[in-house]
Design a protein around this ligand. Structure first.
Ligand SMILES: [Zn+2]
Ligand SMILES: [Zn+2]
Length: 213
């Protein structure tokens, strides 16, 4: 597995490669399409799925290009499709032009599973940062890795002041779904360093009830 920051806003993109089958799943190709494609082809991987934690421009910015060049199927939760349809509006906020919107192959749903490396990746719908925000939970080699997008950061949570954001909802998603996972679950965040569920349960002020909104 490789995780590396892409694009202007340094969104963490992950490439999950299964050396045995030669298949790969890409999480959040938010920018730097050529770099993502280079990393995939240099390892001889065939991309089966391209999954998105949500449709903010910094997480979907290179999706169309990566899909065109790798042939992977693109997935997003239906409740974020309206954001994918409004990349122009989103681009105005951060500056720069709007990238091409990826053509989706399917909608992510709560509890959906993708086969990967003899194991599975499960989709959890965690609305709040955006209505269609999802996290992906990979169980592999006895450990669990959560791709949290912008729902959970080390010491923080996703902002809820953008289109369709909802503070009560993100707290419900975090406390009801993410904190239900094991403490030793590793968390790959949407921006910045990784963390674990246990660390955030203990130290994250938004989850311990200390923070005021
Ligand atoms: Zn976001
Ligand atoms: Zn982001």
């Amino acid at each position: 597995m490789q995780t590396f920051p892409v694009g202007l806003l340094q969104c963490n993109c992950s490439i999950l490669g299964d050396e045995e089958s030669g298949e790969a799943i890409i999480v959040d190709p938010g920018g730097d399409g050529p770099e993502i494609v280079r990393r995939v082809t240099e390892r001889g991987l065939a991309v089966t799925q391209i999954v998105h934690t949500h449709a903010h421009i910094d997480h979907v910015g290179a999706s169309a290009e990566v899909k065109r060049r790798t042939g992977g199927a693109a997935w997003l939760h239906e409740d974020d499709e309206w954001l994918l349809d409004r990349l122009e509006m989103q681009a105005q906020l951060i500056g720069g032009g709007a990238p091409e919107a990826v053509a989706l192959d399917g909608f992510l749903t709560e509890g959906q599973r993708f086969d990967f490396a003899g194991s599975q990746i499960e989709v959890i719908h965690t609305p709040g940062h955006t209505p269609g925000s999802c996290c992906f939970v990979l169980a592999a080699d006895g450990r669990q890795i959560v791709f949290a997008g912008d729902t959970l950061f080390r010491g923080g949570i996703g902002r809820t002041d953008l289109w369709g954001g909802d503070t009560a909802q993100i707290l419900e998603s975090l406390k009801g779904k993410l904190l239900a996972l094991d403490d030793d679950s590793e968390v790959v965040t949407g921006h910045g360093p990784s963390t674990s569920i246990g660390l955030e349960r203990r130290n994250n002020p938004f989850l311990s009830g200390d923070a005021r909104f």
